[in-house]
Design a binder for this molecule. Structure first.
Ligand SMILES: [Zn+2]
Length: 183
């Protein structure tokens, strides 16, 4: 049973607050909030109502597609997380979604005044959003899933959101490092 003052509940409250305070597009904030609540329609979640449905992750086909699996554990996506971790000097390897939320919130600590730090804060939301869109295209439009496309989309979202956030002309990845071109 969840007790008042439970650290996990406090974290959820803080992370929820963080999500709504970001200046991410509204649909991305809604997606993050739903994922935090465990309510996005992964195959595992849908199978609660349709028990005959396969729950297997379409990307790796080795494990049920839960939120933890899709965003933290899917072996197809681990190289992407590792590369992004190297680009931001952080460990972006998570064993469950609470670790992921913690890291996402910690990115935007009080020391994030620098433009680059603000842009780096976008890495996790951009990656989750790109994975979710790519996975939906595979499932519902039968478009092939390439990690390279997810990578391109992550950079696209970081750049698009980052430019409006810090007033930059362009955000790009140069030799494995995020760089900002001032506007
Ligand atoms: Zn998988």
């Amino acid at each position: 049973m969840v007790e008042k003052g439970d650290p996990e509940v406090l974290n959820m409250v803080e992370i929820t607050r963080w999500i709504w305070r970001t200046r991410l597009p509204l649909k991305v904030r809604i997606f993050l909030w739903m994922a935090l609540q465990g309510r996005i329609l992964t195959k595992e979640y849908r199978a609660i109502w349709r028990s005959t449905m396969s729950t297997t992750c379409e990307l790796c086909r080795v494990a049920p597609e839960s939120i933890d699996h899709l965003f933290c554990l899917c072996p197809v996506l681990l190289p992407l997380w590792r590369t992004l971790g190297a680009a931001t000097g952080r460990s972006l390897v998570f064993s469950n979604r609470m670790e992921l939320w913690e890291q996402m919130r910690d990115f935007s600590g009080p020391t994030s005044a620098r433009a680059l730090a603000q842009v780096e804060n976008l890495v996790i939301p951009a990656t989750l959003w790109a994975i979710w869109l790519g996975r939906n295209k595979l499932l519902f439009a039968r478009e092939r899933f390439y990690v390279e496309n997810i990578w391109d989309n992550v950079l696209f979202f970081i750049s698009a959101w980052g430019c409006s956030l810090v007033g930059a002309r362009r955000v790009r990845m140069v030799r494995g490092e995020l760089q900002i071109e001032p506007g």
